[in-house]
Design a protein around this ligand. Structure first.
Ligand code: URA
Length: 439
């Protein structure tokens, strides 16, 4: 007889769970025969006693199989199915860039992305700032757009990995989110359910990162690569910097403008470009579309220079209901916030430290993110012209520009941004944009 409490007991006593134990427990999570208390106790037991790679693979596959698993084979796509996932950041709009770039190089990118979480922005909220863009089409439409344009970015559906949704909600209220084993299974089960052939994983490091230290980020990267490959998904992880916003802006419609400027070549901020190329290059190599990352970067730069990547983005937006001329005329479709004011540097010096999480929270405070899941988002607000680590400023010089709905919100943000920046009399050691690759 299958008794959930016996599985909890085994993990509590630090014993290894069999594939059968894990499959039975996850099935019970979805059919309701495992109670909320049992899931919570299980999560705490895993938090303390961990899971081996074999257990993590079994846990990931059981969660993948708890719902629909997308199939691409019957569509006869002439290229590999690839995706990227990130642990989340501030001013991180790489998905909007590398999806079309990889599509222009022959990949097919069915990207299922999330809403903003805590201080981090979400690709889905950014796309929802485009008038008419449908973030929740049916799966048939999603697959058709991926086949026709090579890229579609939509939101999580209720059918993909439903076990993860229940487990995550319980982890969230029982202080058990921070388990590398459970984070790994949660992320990978959803990616495996999307039917991918290759995954580039972006693991952030720094003051705006989800993982609290460099060592923990490495541990998560190793786990995701081992479990992804163990579950049959070719996976490479790249550790990238989140000690400062990746782009010089943060906020939903503001990041869409930044993406359009990048794809059309109007402005291509250096750190954003470096991280985007690194991740996209690994996607091409994983998919066999390039022999190595040097070859991949040449192909990706060519896709940018020829306008092919911008064209893929434009086609995706219009296929999902957005304006057909968004790329040519973003001003026509993306409104500005009514209040636009600069933030003055409180003193002169080199930018020595940026509390990246605090900048993300300032965007949430302006209304650009949610305090509660049911909150609506103000798409126009956010920050632009953020100065970077190592830059020298004079006292009173702008370190950011605030885009706000009203003066009170803008005034609150000024203090938060000034506190998030620290200055020194000498230039600091600026962290690299890409730390290392784990495969
Ligand atoms: N993101 C996820 O999807 N799951 C986690 O557990 C943590 C971050």
């Amino acid at each position: 007889m299958f008794l959930p409490q016996e599985i909890v007991r085994k993990k509590r006593d630090a014993q290894a769970l069999s594939n059968e134990d894990i499959v039975g427990f996850v099935r019970g999570i979805v059919d309701g025969s495992v109670t909320e208390g049992q899931v919570a106790a299980f999560a705490m037991a895993v938090y303390f006693n961990d899971m081996s790679v074999d257990e993590r693979v079994a846990f990931t596959l059981a969660q993948r199989d708890s719902g629909q698993v997308l199939q691409w084979r019957s569509l006869g796509l002439p290229g590999p199915v690839l995706d990227k996932h990130s642990t989340g950041g501030v001013g991180d709009l790489t998905s909007l860039l590398l999806g079309p770039m990889v599509a222009a190089c022959g990949g097919f990118v069915p990207m299922i992305s999330g809403r903003g979480l805590g201080h981090t922005g979400g690709t889905l909220d950014k796309l929802a700032s485009i008038p008419g863009y449908d973030v929740a089409p049916d799966i048939g439409t999603f697959q058709r757009i991926v086949r026709e344009t090579g890229i579609a970015i939509i939101g999580q559906t209720a059918q993909l990995a439903p076990a993860d949704r229940r487990i995550y909600a319980i982890r969230d209220i029982t202080a058990t989110v921070e388990s590398v084993a459970m984070i790994t299974a949660s992320i990978l089960s959803k990616k495996l359910a999307a039917g991918l052939g290759g995954l580039a994983m972006d693991i952030k490091v720094g003051s705006g990162a989800f993982m609290p230290s460099y060592e923990k980020s490495v541990e998560l990267a190793r786990s995701i690569v081992d479990v992804g490959n163990g579950a049959g998904l070719k996976t490479t992880a790249v550790l990238t910097d989140m000690d400062q916003p990746l782009a010089p802006c943060a906020g939903n419609a503001l990041e869409i403008r930044c993406a359009i400027d990048y794809l059309t070549g109007r402005a291509r901020p250096a750190r954003l470009h470096e991280v985007t190329l690194a991740l996209a290059a690994h996607m091409l190599v994983l998919g066999g579309l390039a022999d190595n990352t040097t070859d991949a970067c040449a192909k990706l730069n060519a896709a940018l220079d020829s306008g092919a990547a911008a064209e893929r983005f434009a086609r995706m937006v219009s296929a999902l209901g957005g304006p057909g001329d968004l790329v040519e005329a973003p001003e026509r479709h993306l409104d500005h916030a009514p209040i636009v004011i600069p933030v003055a540097a409180p003193n002169a010096g080199f930018v020595e430290r940026i509390d990246c999480r605090a900048l993300g929270l300032a965007v949430v405070g302006l209304g650009g993110g949610r305090r509660r899941p049911e909150d609506t988002i103000d798409y126009q607000v956010g920050l632009t012209d953020l100065v970077e680590l190592g830059e020298r400023v004079d006292a009173g010089q702008p370190i950011a520009i605030i885009h706000a709905r009203d003066l009170l919100a803008a005034q609150n943000a000024i203090g938060e941004i000034q506190t998030a920046y620290s200055f020194a009399s000498t230039g600091p050691q600026v962290p690299p944009s890409v730390y290392c690759v784990i495969d």
